[in-house]
Design a protein around this ligand. Sequence first.
Ligand code: F6P
Length: 540
Amino acid sequence: MLKPFHLRRSAAHTKLQGLAKEVGQMHMLRHFEEDEDRLNHMHLEVGPIYMDWSKHRVNEAVMKALFELAEEADWQGGIRQLFGGDPINQTESRSVLHMALRGEAHDAFHVQGVPVMPNVLATRQAMLAYADGVRTEGQVKDVVNIGIGGSDLGPLMVTKALRAEGADGPRVHFVSNVDGAHLEAVLGKIDPASTLFIVVSKTFTTQETMANAEAAKAWLADALGVTAIPNHFAAVSTNVPAAEGFGVPSAHIFGFDDWVGGRYSLWGPVGLSIACSVGSESFQALLNGAREMDRHFAGSPARQNMPLISALLGVWYREYLGFPTHVVLPYAQDLDRFPAYLQQADMESNGKYVGRDGQPVVHSTGPVVWGEAGTNGQHAFYQLLHQGTTVHPVDLIAVKEPLSQFNSHHQKLLANAIAQAEALMCGKSRAEVEEEMRDSGASEDHLASVAPHRVFEGNRPSTFILLSALDAHSLGMLIAFYEHRIFMQGLLWNVCSYDQWGVELGKALAKNILSEWQGSNSSAHHDASTSALIEKLRGA
Ligand code: F6P
C-alpha cells in the first residue's frame, strides 16, 4: 500500500502557497528576461522525446518547492513500490504491474514473490504468433475489436497512430458503444467470410461488450452457420472460462492477470488488434519504447525526470493556481484519439475525492483532461484558450518527421504548433495592437472600440513535446510518459489511482432500469424525475 500523503499538511505546501501569490502571477516573459539560461535547464531529451517546459509560470524557487513536495510524498519510495509489485491498488488488493507487460526475460517483476515474466513472455509469444498468422495467411481482411473503455481506447488510439506501420495489415475496426448503430455501421462495411472478431473484456461481463459480441456472433452465424463461429472469433480476458463459454476456442483466447488495469492494458493481449494491424515487430518496438520510459522514470533523479516534472507542473496549476483542466493538443492527425485515450487514463485514475486513508481529501485532485488534434482545435476552441477567463495549461505534442507524403503540409502543421505555444505565452499588448491598427489605417474611434478585444494577455502555460517520429517506439515512450505522470499525481493527490468505483453505480442502476423496462422487476423506487423519464420512454 502507498502511504497516505496529506499535501496541505506538508512543509512545501506553505511555501508553494506563498509562491503562488508572487511567482504564479508573474508573466513568464519576465522569467526569460531574468534567467537567460532558462531553456537550458527547463528542457529534457529522453531518446526520441524532447520536452520543453520553459513556458510555465515557475522559476527555480517554485521548482525547488515542488521537488520538496515530491520528496515529502516519498516519490522514489512510491516508484519502488509500484515496480516492486506491492499491492498499491489497495481497494482491490492488487499489484499494478503493466510495466511487466513490456518487460524482458531478465526483468524482476514479482507478484507476492512469484516472478511474472515467464508467463508474460509466453502469452506475448502466443499472441504475436497468432497476430502474425492473421496478417500473413491472408484470409482475414477485417479485424473487429469489440470492447469498451480500456479494452477499446488504447488499441484504437495506437492503431490509428501507427497507420503507416499498419498499411499492409488487415483493416481494423472498433465497436464499443452499446448504441447498436456503432455495430451496424461496422457490419455494413465487412464481409463475414473474411472477418475476425476479437472480443476484448477484462471481466467478460461488461454489458456493452457482451451485447455487441452476442450480436456479432448471431450476425456471423446467420451468414456462415454456427460452425463457423470458432474460426472467426478470438477473445482477450482475465476471465478465460467466460470466454470459452461464449464459444471461443481455447487456442484463440489470450488471458492476462488482474494486476493489469483496463486502462493500462494495451501492452499485453488487449493489444491484439494493434498487433494484427502492425505486426509483431512493430508491436515489440512499442513495448521497447515504453520500457525505455519505464527505465528513465525509475532511474532518473528528480530534476531529470520527465514524468515527475510534468506531474509537478500539473499539481502546481491545479492546487496552487486553481486551473481546473489540462489540455492535450496533438499536432498529428494520426494521434487524434490520443486526448480521448488520455481522458480515461487520467480521469478514471485520479478523478476521486476519497484519499488513501479513506477520508475525503481537502485539496483538489485530477483535472478535467480534454483536447483535439491541431490544427482542427485552433478553429474551434482555441479562442477560449487565448482569451477565456480561465487559464488552461496545455501540452502540445508535435512530430518532427513528416506524417504524410505532403511535406509542405507538415511545415505548416509544425509552424502552427510552435506559433500557438508562442502566442499563448507572449500574447499581444494593447500598445502592439494599437500600433498595428494605426499602421493599417484604422480611425481613432474604431481603434478605441476594437483594440481591447484584440489584446491577448498571454502568460498561458504550455509544455512542448516533440517526438522525432511517430513510430511505434516513440509512441510507446509517449504513452508510458503519461502513465507515469498519472501515477506521480495520484501519489501526491493521495488517491487510489488504480480502482474505478465511481463507474459502478451508474452500471447497477442501468441494469435495474432495464429489468424494470423489460417487466422483470417492478419493485424499484426512483425519484420523480427518473420515474418520469422511464415512463416517457415506455410511451405511457
Ligand atoms: O466501466 C469502466 C471500466 O471498468 C473500465 O475501467 C474498463 O476499461 C472498461 O469498463 C471495460 O471493462 P472490461 O474490459 O472488463 O470490459
